[in-house]
Design a protein around this ligand. Sequence first.
Ligand code: GLV
Ligand code: GLV
Length: 321
Amino acid sequence: TRPRIVVTRKIPEAAVEILREAGDVWSPEPDRQLPVEDLHRAAEGADAIVSTLQDPIDAGLADAAGARLKVVSTVAVGYDNIDVPALTDRGVVVTNTPGVLTDATADLAFGLLLAVTRRLGEGERLLRAREPWSFQLGFMLGSGLQGKTLGIVGLGQIGQATARRARAFGMDIVYSGRRRAPEDVERELRATHVDGDELLRTADIVSLHCPLTPQTRHLIDADALAAMKSSAYLINTTRGPVVDEGALAEALANGVIAGAGLDVFEHEPDVHPGLLELDNVALAPHLGSATAETRTAMAVLAARNAAAVLAGDEPLTPVKG
Ligand code: GLV
Ligand code: GLV
């Protein structure tokens, strides 16, 4: 019998074609986020599940799918929604999509960095409100980047790509994280490894690129924000819960830090109402990897991963269990 492949959300046609060659593809019609009971029902008898970061992938789902399940392939680099040990214990391979979204995500991080330091959202709101304005030497001054220090929390692929952009803007790089980057990467980026406290104290802009794990949940809390310079900015393009969003809203309202650029939120799709009131925050609705090219590349890689496992081959980009 042909493998049953469950695709939880609509994905680009190029990826669906790869999956159709590997088995019978089911996905919800019309496209919608399946509530967990519907997801479990849909998963019954699946050999492969192609999922997104909104699907809770855990023991319950694996049990609902049953003994045929061989692979869960998430169309995302982050896999904090997946209980990897629960799946690997059941012999299920988990794969993600690193690499193909690195540049798109770093571009978005830099876009938010520019948006908040140069007050682009605030300026646009002013024009759209049809407020009077005129060019003046002291009008809407932002903060320049040249000679400033970018603090990268987590110098993985996306952190490195963000640092590379910052170097082109004349910034200095420090980074923190459990893992030291390879020496050639440190040399290329002239990136200095520091501990987390020193990074918070010295960076003019702090950009988060660590995965969400139990250790990084609320890494940026009220104490961390208080340790930052009052002139500093925070950029988050990884996962919302790395930041205590209530503490951030309070810090921004009280001038504890100068501003923030946020692509991700603690309780998506909700945004802390305090943040929506503030002009010194640039906001985007989780668009890090949202280019047509990148989303197609992610879905195609996810489809290839699933097809490889179904064919008995090694997946291209497995998550290490
Ligand atoms: C997006 O947030 C991803 O993890 O790919
Ligand atoms: C993964 O791509 C990372 O940035 O660590």
